[in-house]
Design a protein around this ligand. Structure first.
Ligand code: TRP
Length: 410
């Protein structure tokens, strides 16, 4: 069942041996068989992770003394591994750090890329912990038809967008694989340890590599694993190797970290904990996620107000009735309506969202108004983002990307 990315289906069979559905979810491809999108409950079973239930949400609330972020409350961040242990550590005053990343595949990021970073920013502020952000320009060089120089330049452009979301330079280290790995013996040593602990057969099983994949791809998972270990950043953690890690990521990245968690105890490091999010749907519908390579599937951070308006009006898949009469009679279906789904990701006002859900489902609110609400919200977000991004100079990028001590002592 190999597909164009050389990714086979076999990794989708979970620990419990359940038979895969037609949903395709792996680091290179996401495609759901149903209009409501990926069946995330089944995915939890297949991947062997745990659902984020109300008990965990209340633990969040008691640990932090504030309600969990709306992405958690709304089930967009829906699954985890060992998050209860991270909460327990935090209440005992013990340290941990956050690790997330971005594969810089093009100059322009889209709204779907922003969600995990906004969530990570909330985590960083709520827990007051260091954050490392891996820019996998090497990965994009290996998987895409781009040069090393181009991949490296995308890192800088994407880092500007990430910084513009408001990360604190005293608590955040952003690194390019292409630059950092060559200058950090400890990072490379952890890569070697992981490389030695995983066989080609295991990598094939997890990632679906084939004999004709270049050997760079086959060893890449060790590079995405290494930042999970605090010893990869001696300047931040004072060379300690025992600081636990929490990784917020979209669920498609889980194969990398299943592998990492398997290897960690064998190389004497704590297993990273994980928080998984669902995908941000493409404008065309929940069956697939936004893709930077299809301009009409996404709202880009560089889009003008007019482009946003035109794209939403023209492409955002509607769960509304075919005619106004039909819509008023039968109501709209929010489960498949892309504009409503986007509001779930971006509208922080729970009451307003609930009212939209009620009114759209009853047929009182028409698709045009729903779209207008979304367009205005996105336009305001993009206007402010584009202004903030302008203020991020090369000097600021350099500051975030210089290996250094952060404001935490170990
Ligand atoms: N492979 C990811 C991508 O293509 C980038 C990445 C690296 C990442 N490390 C990560 C994402 C950790 C989430 C968490 O986008």
């Amino acid at each position: 069942m190999a597909n164009t990315t050389g990714m086979a289906n076999l990794n989708l069979t979970g620990d419990d041996g359940t038979v895969p559905t037609e949903d395709e979810v792996n680091p290179w491809e996401v495609h759901a068989s149903s209009a409501t999108g990926v069946d995330y409950d089944k995915l939890i079973k297949r991947f062997g992770s745990s659902p984020i239930d109300s008990a965990l949400l209340s633990k969040f609330e008691t640990t932090l003394g504030q309600p969990p972020h709306f992405l958690l409350r709304r089930g967009i961040v829906f699954s985890h591994r060992d998050m209860d242990q991270i909460l327990a550590l935090h209440s005992q005053g013990k340290p941990f750090f956050l690790y997330t990343g971005r594969g810089p595949s093009s100059e322009a990021m889209h709204m779907g890329h922003v969600i995990p970073f906004l969530f990570t920013k909330w985590l960083q502020e709520a827990f007051n912990v260091p954050l490392v952000i891996q820019m996998t320009d090497d990965e994009k060089f290996l998987w895409k038809d781009i040069s090393l120089e181009t991949a490296r330049s995308y890192t800088t452009e994407n880092a500007k967008d990430i910084i513009a979301l408001g990360f604190d330079p005293e608590r955040t280290f952003i690194f390019s694989d292409l630059d950092y790995i060559g200058s950090s013996p400890e990072f490379y040593r952890n890569m070697c340890r992981v490389q030695k602990a995983v066989t080609f057969n295991q990598a094939k099983g997890i990632f679906g590599f084939t004999e004709s994949d270049c050997i760079g791809k086959i060893s890449f998972p060790a590079i995405q694993a290494a930042p999970s270990f605090s010893s990869s950043f001696p300047h931040i953690f004072n060379s300690r190797s025992d600081i636990p890690c929490l990784i917020p990521c979209a669920i498609d990245q889980d194969p990398y970290f299943r592998m990492t968690r398997d290897v960690a105890p064998r190389i004497g490091c704590p297993k990273p904990a994980l928080l998984h999010s669902t995908f941000f749907p493409a404008l065309q519908g929940c069956q697939t996620k936004m893709s930077a390579s299809d301009p009409n599937s996404s709202v880009f951070l560089t889009d003008t107000p007019k482009a946003v308006k035109d794209k939403i009006n023209k492409y955002a898949f509607s769960g509304g009735g075919a005619t106004v009469e039909e819509h008023k009679k039968n109501g709209g279906n929010c489960d498949i309506d892309v504009s409503y789904q986007y509001l779930r990701f971006f509208l922080d006002d729970d009451q307003r969202l609930e009212k939209i859900l009620q009114d759209y489902s009853s047929g009182e609110l028409l698709t045009g108004y729903l779209k207008k609400e979304l367009i205005e919200l996105l336009q305001a977000f993009l206007k402010s983002h584009q202004e903030k991004r302008k203020a991020v100079t090369d000097e600021v990028v350099k500051q975030f990307m210089t290996p250094r001590k952060l404001k935490f002592d170990y």
